[in-house]
Design a protein around this ligand. Structure first.
Ligand SMILES: NC(=O)c1ccc[n+]([C@@H]2O[C@H](COP(=O)([O-])OP(=O)(O)OC[C@H]3O[C@@H](n4cnc5c(N)ncnc54)[C@H](O)[C@@H]3O)[C@@H](O)[C@H]2O)c1
Length: 264
């Protein structure tokens, strides 16, 4: 059974305004899912580049069928309000996708001040924790046993060192440790927890990464992929959709590399 065979399944996507999260939200909505798309509600340059905004997100043809919610996932209060909005609109929630994240770097770890490490942890780990704490209680009440899912977007930086972006690497390693533990803790209530680890994917984060490394452009990252090319956000979204589908019912605590072989 695929998402297409579960019309009306209720999914919240955090970090849905653009990039990988947007791609996931659009694909789910096209399949008949009811999608709550959560992202920031105002301009944010705290990481040195512009993050997404849910009010101006381009969802194309499915724009009217997506429930847009402005919330900063770093805020427990805002995520609690987002959960209440979803409960009112959908009556509950069956699945959660956390794609929100952001890159910090351009310095060795010794050069990184505490504030940059804190930012990396806030945007990648704290946002995941607040999303889980606010929204998983809704999933507990979902009647869709066997389809109750959490899927997060980690990174190859969650399992290997990458010099020059150590704060981000540390935060993504923390994300992976968090998700492994969550998978163990939620297994007994029939909620699976999995994550994808993308390689270099053509989104705003990659543009920022190229700036941090002083590269001419994002294409320079392809050399690190044995397949010799960058990834499209749709290719990463396809892995997320698979992990949400009934076909993945026996999978929990698993890291799905979607990285053109970068982890090898
Ligand atoms: N693009 C890559 O090469 C790559 C590689 C590995 C992992 N990732 C991960 O993929 C995920 C998605 O990133 P992307 O590449 O699509 O980049 P992106 O910047 O296009 O999308 C990230 C989205 O998350 C949102 N977001 C960030 N912090 C938020 C917060 N506190 N509250 C609400 N929304 C927030 C942003 O506004 C943005 O819309 C991130 O976790 C990133 O670390 C990306």
């Amino acid at each position: 059974m695929s998402e297409k065979e579960t019309p009306g399944i209720r999914v919240a996507v955090i970090g849905a305004a653009r990039g990988i999260g947007r791609e996931v939200a659009v694909e789910l909505a096209k399949s008949g899912a009811r999608v709550a798309a959560i992202d920031l509600g105002e301009d944010n340059f705290e990481l040195g580049y512009q993050l997404g905004r849910i009010d101006t997100a381009d969802f194309g043809d499915i724009s009217k069928s997506v429930l847009r919610i402005a919330a900063d996932a770093r805020s427990e209060t805002e995520m609690t309000r987002a959960a209440a909005e979803i409960k009112t609109a959908f009556g509950g929630l069956d699945q959660l996708v956390v794609a929100a994240g952001g890159i910090v770097g351009g310095a060795t770890l010794l050069q990184s001040d505490p504030a940059s490490l804190s930012l990396a942890l806030q945007f990648n780990l704290l946002s995941l924790h607040n999303s889980v704490r606010a929204l998983v209680p809704l999933i507990y009440d979902s009647p869709l046993l066997g389809l109750r899912r959490i899927v997060a977007v980690a990174s190859v930086a969650g399992s290997r060192p990458l010099a020059g972006i150590g704060a981000y690497v540390a935060a993504k390693h923390a994300v992976v440790g968090y998700l492994k533990t969550l998978a163990l803790e939620l297994a007994e209530v029939d909620i699976t927890v999995n994550w994808v680890s993308p390689g270099s994917t053509t989104t705003a984060i990659l543009v920022r990464s190229a700036e941090l490394y002083g590269l001419e452009g994002v294409d320079d990252f392809a050399i690190h992929h044995p397949l010799g090319r960058l990834l499209a956000p749709s290719e990463v979204a396809a892995g997320v959709i698979f992990l949400l589908s009934a076909a993945a019912s026996a999978i929990t605590g698993t890291d799905l590399y979607i990285d053109a072989g970068m982890h090898l």
